[in-house]
Ligand binder design. Structure first.
Ligand code: EPS
Length: 374
């Protein structure tokens, strides 16, 4: 079983993650982890914190000579801004943030005690864990990308692009968007929102390729692959909706225009010409790419703040203003890749097991052989 925990406050000493269940014998390149951490910090519309930090991971346990040894892997990412002890108290909860509900739940008189942990800074730790899981998935030629498909109401036109075209075009964009013309309009939207002290949300898409059919299961609610992925993606700060394949559009079409017809070629095995199911049927991967879209709300810290109530005096006041971003959709996509990688690595290990990569690969190859004669 693959599991992980993160710890750390936004302005505490550091972020920490412990990942357990990764088989032994996997070569980990620290540069790959740092590259992912850097990607998370980028994106037009990010705030000043990203100019302060330069996220890098230190691995404290679980590796010997850059190779996993089966024991829990501990990652630590230091915060350059670790001013938590000196930060002023927060009394005006921001609508949309965890401030008020968290303050009530944990009975804190200073909402900083809540926001320090609810901040999306925590996602740096998850991106570190995700980079290790991506390395694991590479052993099976499973690849994951994210790209921005909507930002501030502007839609990117990418439906006809292949996986590699999207990767190429999106990675050259400071918005991780494969449609240049749309990205220009999105950037203008971010500039406008910044000027008026407002924020913007959007939608990112995740595509995962190279998956075998058979991950997850229809037999029990908590073994369904789509349910696990949806939970993982919904757990990203700012996520407000997850749709798999055609998602909400499938609800308004006839069945004949939704379900992906089945074909067979001896050279290819079973395959589809459409992928409205988004690669998952009955909670099981069907061998087609997994496609998921995640709706990201606008950041809830507004420089031109909304109405709120002082939790001490109960007087109406403006919500508190913290240093923040105008838009985090591209960064949220990088986090989406990470949590998808963690979920898929867990599903691979559930199906194929193995305490060493050699064993997992042997089991995997045996299954592929079995599928060939199905
Ligand atoms: C973030 C770090 C935070 C914010 C942002 C994301 O740093 P700070 O609060 O010091 O500016 O920039 O957090 C939020 C959007 C939020 O609502 O908390 C990060 O590392 O991703």
């Amino acid at each position: 079983m693959l599991r992980y925990l993160t710890a750390g406050e936004s302005h505490g000493a550091s972020l920490v993650a412990v990942l357990e269940g990764m088989p032994a014998g996997l070569k980990i390149a620290k540069e790959r982890i740092d590259r992912e951490l850097k990607r998370r910090m980028q994106g037009y519309g990010r705030g000043d914190r990203m100019r302060i930090e330069s996220d890098k991971a230190t691995i404290l346990s679980g590796l010997r000579k850059d190779e996993t040894i089966g024991s829990p892997i501990t990652l630590i990412i230091e915060n350059r801004d670790s001013s938590i002890a000196n930060l002023q108290q927060v009394l005006g909860p921001r609508p949309g943030h965890a401030d008020l509900a968290g303050g009530q739940k944990y009975d804190r008189a200073d909402l900083r005690d809540i926001l320090e942990r609810s901040s999306a800074r925590e996602t740096a730790a998850r991106v570190g864990v995700g980079a290790i899981c991506k390395t694991f998935l590479s052993e099976f030629d499973i690849d994951i990308l994210s790209h921005v498909v909507v930002l501030g109401g502007i839609e990117a036109h990418t439906r006809n692009l292949t996986f590699s075209q999207i990767r190429k075009d999106a990675s050259g964009s400071d918005l991780n968007c494969a449609d240049k013309a749309a990205a220009k309009l999105m950037r203008a939207g971010i500039d406008k929102a910044r000027k008026s002290g407002d924020t913007l949300g959007g939608i990112f898409e995740i595509i995962a390729t190279g998956l075998p059919p058979g991950l997850g299961s229809h037999v029990q609610h908590d073994r369904k692959l789509d349910a696990g992925l949806a939970a993982a993606l919904m757990s990203i700060q700012s996520a407000k909706g997850v749709e798999i394949g055609a998602g909400f559009k499938a609800a308004i079409r006839h069945g004949s225009r939704v379900h992906d017809e089945i074909f067979y070629l001896k050279s290819k095995g079973f395959f589809r010409k459409t992928n409205n199911a988004g690669g998952i049927e009955g909670g099981i991967s069907n061998g087609e790419p997994i496609t998921i879209r995640v709706a990201v709300k606008p950041i809830s810290t507004l420089r031109n703040p909304l109405k709120s109530v002082n939790i001490k005096t109960k007087q109406t006041q403006k919500a508190s203003v913290e240093r923040s971003d105008v838009c985090v959709v591209p960064a949220a996509g990088v986090v989406g890749e990470a949590v998808t990688a963690i979920e898929l690595a867990g599903a691979m290990l559930e199906k194929f097991g193995g305490d060493s990569i050699k064993e997992t690969l042997r089991n995997y190859n045996g299954y592929l052989k079995q599928l060939k004669s199905y």
